[in-house]
Design a protein around this ligand. Sequence first.
Ligand code: GLA
Length: 431
Amino acid sequence: MPRREFDARLSDVKSVSVARARQVSTPPCLLAPLAARTFNGIMSARFVTVLCCALTLGARYVPRAAPALDNGLARTPPMGWNSWNHFHCDVSAQLIKETADALVASGMRDAGYRYVVIDDCWQVARDRTGRLVADSARFPGGIKPLADYVHAKGLKFGIYTDAGRRTCQGRPGTYGSEEIDARTFAEWGVDYVKEDWCNAEGLDPPTQYATFRDALAKGGRPIVFSICEWGSNHPWDWGPRTGNLWRTTGDISDRWASMIAILDLSSQYALAARPGAWNDPDMLEVGNGGMTDDEYRAHFSLWAVMSAPLMAGNDVRAMPPATREILGNKDVIAVDQDSLGVQGMLVQEPGIDLQVWSKPLADGSRAVVLLNRSGLQTVIATSWRAIGLTGPARVRDLWAHSDLGAFTGRFSATVPAHGVVMVRITPVTGG
Ligand code: GLA
């Protein structure tokens, strides 16, 4: 890209960010990474420049920052299901087995949802040797046979613990028992561990999470490591070398305002994401009943454009067709799982509450989300300049599953209130 064009684009980006900063208290998605990282002394101006080029041009200029944990896992954002958002402490072996069955029967496993994760409340104590003990009423055979059941379904098995003294629900935590817990999980056949941060007063997150990372590595089993300290100690700085994903915020709730607040916060750290290391804006609420289907389509589209882990958080045993269609949208999942591994960003704000988010994909195309945060249906337009394309490009609507034809220079669509239009824009001549 000629230097002049690049400078012009950068100043567009800045003006979007500055305009947004005037409107809302949450820092803008583009300005924030620049500001936050300069502030932390992490990002050099050159790195930012290279990243902007990467976002504009695609695969050839993707920068890589600090070294990432190299456990070979989560090369694309992990996908699966987690019990917490819908079931909270009401977990059991039966629920997990029925969920595994439903993931297979619904086609979700084949759409990519592989990790079946039991969150808090499965554990009640430690035995005399210090090993964690599962609730025997809810998990009669213990955890190992359950992991075997999940594996036999062609799925992977995940579990939850806490880096502090007790979990958020008061169950035994891993602090001081890192080695034995990592060994136990490996013996049980665990493929994914989420480690929370409750009851950890006085402890240092980078140190505690690194201790468990090292213990997991000694266990000898490949285990995806999910850091869950809610973004309280800048995990986007040390998370990439410590785990495969790190929560960027507090807990999501099943409301539009919560989902949008998390979007604004989590998107600030886009530059930290890369294959094997992902920002985690929390698990999906799709299908839990607190948002409209348009809002859930927005939630799912935005998580995909942010390269977020896609962990379903609903009751997959009883999904209405609309929920299944949202969670099973292969066009949108392909955006999330794109091998380039760049997290999309806010690139345009054509009006108050109207945004354009864009993610460069490995084939040179762009995933683009036109987001209407307002309460009124409206038309949103994006320009090729904003998303870094030139010339004619084919546009595919990823929710209508239809090819809309070739466009040059701009694309616009009518977007429902609290909703999105999501498209994939592919240069006809390779851009
Ligand atoms: C914290 C986490 C949630 C969930 C609960 C379980 O709040 O952020 O995702 O794991 O604990 O108690």
